[in-house]
Design a protein around this ligand. Structure first.
Ligand code: MN
Length: 291
């Protein structure tokens, strides 16, 4: 086993509001939408935030996406989604929504009406996963992965848990369908946990520390941070100082040009212009207003 060596620790930029519902730290910082994080694009983390009761749910109104996938992981609270492909649903703690925007979709993302009315804590993460060029115009799709369907890989006793959202860990396979080889592991470490995480030697590896403090590859880190690694090696050493929450992201880089504008991620500027026009022409569908 060869340990992956750390290349950098990227402390999260300050949090900003997405709509009025999600106070997020953009963990990829300036690396977002670049080749150095491929096949992933960006990761927003909303630390637990207390919302007062509200009749109108906070969140983000109708907006488009094209050319990639959005993966929403709820830690606390409830998030409700509705899109122009006719999909809708509410996810709660431990649930994941994996939306393939593909050729284009309009959607809205709010706290659920019930949760908003009660008020309370909301914490979530949203990861954007790029689509290979050949799949950028697949039909929009939507996978709701409820907590009970996400398998937990066994870590040694007292070390925490590793939920396989996508890809696999050992012989445990996650439920998400993906378009390129990648892993998304939702990891909780107990204080004092000491383990070596096996990672595929041909994947890029990134560890997002969402909360807590841990030594990663021998270097102490605390608070929301993104850790990047050298390309060689097949194991990442983790030691938690305090209870910690992490997302471990690994994947084979796509090695394709990335053109990005707002909610559109394509391969060329011409495709971006065409996407903006398609959106303006209403070709990404529409969402009926809720009475
Ligand atoms: Mn969205």
């Amino acid at each position: 086993m060869t340990p992956r060596r750390l290349t950098a620790i990227h402390k999260s930029p300050p949090a900003h509001w997405v709509g009025d519902g999600f106070h997020v730290q953009p963990l990829f910082g300036p690396l977002a939408f670049g080749q150095d994080v491929s096949p992933f694009l960006m990761l927003d983390y909303a630390a637990p935030h207390e919302f007062p009761p509200r009749r109108k749910p906070p969140g983000v109104g109708v907006h488009p996406h094209r050319g990639f996938e959005t993966v929403t992981i709820v830690y606390d609270g409830e998030v409700e989604h509705r899109d122009s492909a006719g999909n809708s649903g509410t996810i709660g703690p431990g649930d994941v929504q994996w939306m393939t925007a593909g050729a284009g979709v309009l959607h809205e993302e709010f706290h659920s009406r019930e949760h908003a009315a009660r008020g309370g804590t909301v914490s979530m993460a949203q990861l954007w996963v790029n689509l290979p060029a050949r799949d950028k115009r697949v039909a929009p799709a939507y996978q709701t992965l409820f907590a009970g369907e996400i398998p937990v890989a066994a870590l040694a006793a007292g070390r925490g848990s590793l939920r396989v959202v996508a890809g696999s860990y050992g012989d445990v396979a996650g439920p998400a369908h993906t378009f390129s080889p990648l892993n998304v592991w939702d990891v909780t470490l107990d204080a004092g946990a000491d383990l070596e995480l096996a990672v595929p030697s041909d994947h890029r590896v990134m560890v997002a520390l969402l909360s807590g403090s841990a030594a990663v590859a021998g270097t102490m880190v605390s608070g929301a941070s993104l850790l990047t690694f050298e390309t060689a090696g097949d194991v990442v050493a983790l030691r938690a100082e305090s209870a910690s929450k992490l997302l471990v992201l690994t994947g084979v880089p796509l090695n394709e040009p990335i053109a990005h504008y707002g909610p559109f991620v394509m391969n060329t500027e011409a495709e971006i212009h065409e996407s903006i026009e398609a959106f303006r022409r209403g070709e990404m569908g529409k969402i009926e207003a809720i009475a």
